[in-house]
Ligand binder design. Sequence first.
Ligand code: 4AD
Length: 577
Amino acid sequence: MSLADAAAKMTLKENGRVVYVCEVQGHDVEGNGTEKMPFRSALRAFESVSGNGEIILRKSLEEGYQPLGKTALKKTQKLYETNQKKAQKAAERAAQDAANAEKNAAAEAARLEAAQKVVLEEDKSLPEAQKIKIRDATEHRGKRIKVSGWVHRHRVQGKDIAFIVLRDGTGFLQCVLTGKQCHTYDAITLTIESTVAIYGVLQVVPEGKTAPGGHELQADYWEVLGKAPGGDEAFGNRLNTESSPDILLDQRHLVIRGETASSVLKMRSLVLKAFRDYFDSRNVVEVTPPLMVQTQVEGGSTLFDFQYYGETAYLTQSSQLYLETCLASLGDVYCMAESFRAEKSHTRRHLSEYTHCEAELSFINFEDLLNFIEDMIVSVMERVTNDPLGSQILKELNPDFKAPKKPFRRMNYADAIKWLNEHGIKKDVLDEQGNKIGEADYEFGEDIPEAPERRMTDTIGEPILLCRFPTEIKSFYMKRCPENRQLTESVDVLMPNVGEIVGGSMRITNFEELAEGYKREGIDPTPYYWYTDQRKYGTCEHGGFGLGIERFLAWLLNRYTVREVCLYPRFMGRCQP
Ligand code: 4AD
């Protein structure tokens, strides 16, 4: 029966079921077309009887049920017909797709089976391949080499050419597989991040083409060493550029394989080396102090404690005090060690564990200390920018970077307070519940928090040596200024975009003054006997500083947070991987 006929019959009660439609109370899913449970739409009613029945409909409760009008019936019928056609087409398409999929699967299975029979063998008549790292490739152009690494990128071009960008941690190398090399089972199923060894001759890329290093390896033999999974477990499914920061941190062990993260880590290594080279050039001796300690350096509130054979011990906040004990033994000293701070807030520049570059210099005055810090920063930058890899990474990650020049702007703490007030940078006034109830000027004697410090540094836009902080807001060991004993001979180095990267000072040389410092900070001097002894057995004018390597790197590479420049960052709420 045609649909037109069906529609005609719909008006005849005797030929079909009566289907109720209520546009007010009906429901297309839960209804069943009876008076008690009407449908909502005429189309649904039409579908329920496949066009063979009478539809009666009410538009409002007052109106009551009426047979569906002729025009409405025609419209419904047309819609029904279109839907039927669509459904039929979809079913046909699905059947076709299934058939195609089956055909493709069979073809793929046959292709894989055939591929398994293709076996590559190294041609022993060729010169022996020399095993090299990608970093050394240029000097091996024209020679037969073997390079092992991870498949960073993979592109198949037709049946007989495939390009692999190989990564071995020292660089990237384009490799070209041709002919039979592209037909093996491993070639057909190759996945990103698999490890492979590729043999062949390194050739300069043809004119007009580009590749990392300007050359490519024309493979004559290759093999898979460790296959990475495909499908759901494929590397690309573990993370991508849109992954949330938390996922990226969970997957940090895979993230560091990426180009940016590995460049940052390479720069980290270069920076550590540049600091060591600088200290070496100034005859400052490296020491490796213990990190498990029973004394504090920078206040008790950020100490991590742990049980040490039944006693309380701490993870060090700074190796400064131990460095000071080395002066009489080794002369000027430095260390590159981890420091730990139980920071209870999430900020862009605070970590629970960071690499602390600390130095201690004997028989110097405050001016010498400031000059040393300034010279060190400028010199480390020179070493980094003169290094070919360093300057390349800097160009990639922070193209606008301008190395700072000596002398840095010097500013006293008191002038920084004035600067904030003159520039309308205020502090929040809070009520007892911590709600903001107003604003006020900063006052002398207050710590300058991170936000206003950053605003000042960013506005000034150049490195600042911020000097002479009040005694009350500084640590017990800091020497007072001879010209104003309210102040200390202390310095913070502030850098645009990060803020403080260095904290340093001259140290108290006088035994009694040190005792007073312990008292002021409520520190029991007993466990500090070894530190106090330095003032007893031949005291000397000395000073030193600590520089946070992560903050230095965040500044250098223009990273948003110090977390990005750590191998595996530690901060509140994260201690893995
Ligand atoms: O200013 P701080 O606390 O100074 C000291 O620890 C001194 N005892 C150092 C010394 O004179 N030998 O810390 C020094 C530097 C800071 O300027 C900052 O760069 C870094 O250490 N730093 C941190 N970096 C990351 N996360 C944290 N939680 C940090 N706390 C300090």
